[in-house]
Write a protein that binds this ligand. Structure first.
Ligand SMILES: [Zn+2]
Length: 341
């Protein structure tokens, strides 16, 4: 029984309901507040969207309760005067505190808020720029990844030389970016990402009944999915993805961190796709698109989507076989190395 129902169960049996929704009865407060007892039904309690309120039109005593707030001293007093035993009142007070704590916990995992983070001022939008020495390496890079300039608003910037910039949007606003190095060298990625951000959510509005979740931004662009920008699915990211209310299909990277991503996806109740027809050296969606083309890749992801945890585990053993063997070899070598030392 809810707290409000319990409070109602202690109301006097002699009572009447007014057209405005008040339950009227002889007030139980007045004699405790230095007034004479009410005999004219001047106490009233009303239930509204927020909770309940008691009001005495004789002595002026007021008490209210809202789910998510604690049980006030005045409400506890009222309950006592209504005849509720002390242990019931204590139990209600504890219950109210618990609901309050649960609500606070819920608020803490509420949806993330992203601040505006514009690109460098001198940034050049590749699909609208002229081909120049500045833009050629980036354009080449995009084509080498099996993508075109129309697939995403890619940028370059003289203030970030030798990099291609992938802007992060959220509800139409710029909220970060990732800048990938075009030639060899480190750092490979410079990431300007806010906690909980999910890449490419803005492009999930179309008619698909599913959303494909991948690790990297180029993987996401390749298959029109979203990216968690790493191997770990954060709780706030999961909330943003679940909010799309589509079937969620994770395509893990085929490396040792990918196993961790799969475990988290199972925990979240997501489907996982590890297409059996992808060659063993294909380690992510972008590799697959480069080799098989976009349509084939998306199709194989959908076909291989599996939602049963036990089956996902079994498929994982097969799909990550080489990765696991390599891990084992590495560990064996380390062990041998230690023995030699
Ligand atoms: Zn009163």
């Amino acid at each position: 029984m809810s707290i409000i129902d319990t409070i109602f169960s202690y109301l006097p049996t002699k009572r009447k309901l007014t057209p405005s929704g008040w339950i009227k009865f002889n007030a139980v407060c007045c004699q405790h507040n230095g007034n004479t007892a009410d005999t004219r039904g001047r106490g009233g309690i009303i239930k509204n969207a927020d909770g309940i309120s008691y009001h005495c039109f004789n002595c002026g005593h007021k008490a209210s309760y809202q789910p998510g707030r604690h049980l006030t001293r005045k409400m506890r007093a009222l309950l006592g005067w209504l005849g509720a035993p002390d242990d019931v009142i204590s139990k209600l007070a504890m219950e109210a505190l618990k609901i309050e704590a649960d609500q606070k916990a819920l608020e803490e995992v509420s949806l993330p808020v992203f601040e505006d983070r514009p690109l460098p001022e001198d940034s050049i939008l590749l699909c609208e720029s002229t081909v120049s020495e500045e833009t050629i390496p980036a354009i080449e890079y995009i084509y080498n990844r099996g993508l075109t300039l129309d697939d995403y608003p890619f940028y370059v910037s003289p203030s970030m030389p030798d990099r291609i910039i992938v802007p992060f949007y959220f509800e139409g606003r710029l909220v970060g970016n990732i800048a990938r190095k075009l030639s060899d060298g480190k750092p490979r990625y410079i990431t300007n990402q806010q906690p909980g951000y999910v890449f490419n959510l803005d492009n999930q509005n179309w008619d698909r009944t599913y959303v494909i979740v991948v690790e990297g931004s180029f993987d996401a662009i390749s298959v029109g999915g979203v990216a968690i920008l790493g191997a770990d699915i954060m709780d706030k990211q999961a909330m943003l993805i679940n909010r799309l209310q589509k079937q969620v299909i994770l395509v893990p990277d085929r490396d040792k961190d990918g196993l961790r991503t799969v475990s988290k996806a199972i925990e979240l109740g997501w489907s996982v796709s590890m297409p059996p027809d992808w060659a063993e050296d294909i380690k992510d969606s972008n590799d697959a698109v480069r080799r098989y083309g976009k349509l084939y890749t998306i199709n194989s992801i959908i076909q291989a989507a599996e939602s049963y945890a036990v089956k996902i585990q079994i498929l994982t053993n097969e799909w990550f076989k080489k990765v696991k063997e390599k891990e084992k070899d590495n560990n064996d070598n380390k062990a041998k190395h230690r023995l030699r030392l």
